[in-house]
Design a protein around this ligand. Sequence first.
Ligand SMILES: NC(=O)c1ccc[n+]([C@@H]2O[C@H](COP(=O)([O-])OP(=O)(O)OC[C@H]3O[C@@H](n4cnc5c(N)ncnc54)[C@H](O)[C@@H]3O)[C@@H](O)[C@H]2O)c1
Length: 248
Amino acid sequence: MKSFNGKIVIVTGSTRGIGRAIAEAYALEGANVIITGTNADKAEAAAADIAAKTGAKTIGTELHVSEAASCLSCVDKAIAAFGRIDILVNNAGITRDNLLIRMKEEDYDAVLDINLKGAFLMSKAVAKPMMKQRSGRILNISSVVGQAGQAGQANYSASKAGLIGLTKSLARELASRKILVNAIAPGFVRTAMTDALSDEAKSEINKMIPLGSPCEPEEIANAALFLTGERSSYITGQVLAVNGGMYM
Ligand SMILES: NC(=O)c1ccc[n+]([C@@H]2O[C@H](COP(=O)([O-])OP(=O)(O)OC[C@H]3O[C@@H](n4cnc5c(N)ncnc54)[C@H](O)[C@@H]3O)[C@@H](O)[C@H]2O)c1
């Protein structure tokens, strides 16, 4: 029997990269998955592709996580189609790197709005149905940079550290309703986000990883399935580092 048979899962930012790998992993384990991205066509195409590959039921929908109305509409669509929500993965995220003195206020705001406020708005939108169900899982994708800091990423690391605080507070607040809230802090993962770095930057980062190479998105997906599955029923408010030893 597949381990997520019939579970209803929303993964934000699942048209590509880590979100896509997480969505595919749930689909392979029998879940019905809501695939979301900022572009409706891409979200629908990814959903159709994952359904064809895995046989799972999927929905593709446009979602802008920094807008409350868009978050509510995404959750409404999921409930209309499947009647409940078992798991929310807050994965959508962006970077707008620069050194502090050159960082524009709008780049600080955009990163905080999408990476941190987005997770707050989506968590708020699923909290009501999950509280009624008296069960649910919320998983936030933070980052090693939220734990260790990184020059040139003040906005991004503040957003990712903020997600850790959000995770712990929601874990305390929602525990009595049997809603478990955890986070993953990935290290350096091979995706479009990190492909944008120069070869020199990539090789410098590789030197900081004891396991010697970047993480694959599927390795983050493995941790996501563990942290939202039956085998982690007594784990809440935790941050699981999946970083090859980059930060301990
Ligand atoms: N790649 C890494 O090395 C790494 C490391 C640590 C943490 N992370 C985090 O993992 C998550 C996924 O990263 P990735 O590398 O797969 O990135 P990516 O750029 O490949 O994908 C990001 C996804 O987020 C979506 N998105 C962007 N803005 C959005 C918005 N306003 N509303 C809704 N969706 C939006 C995009 O459509 C896309 O599907 C991010 O939160 C990122 O910060 C990545």
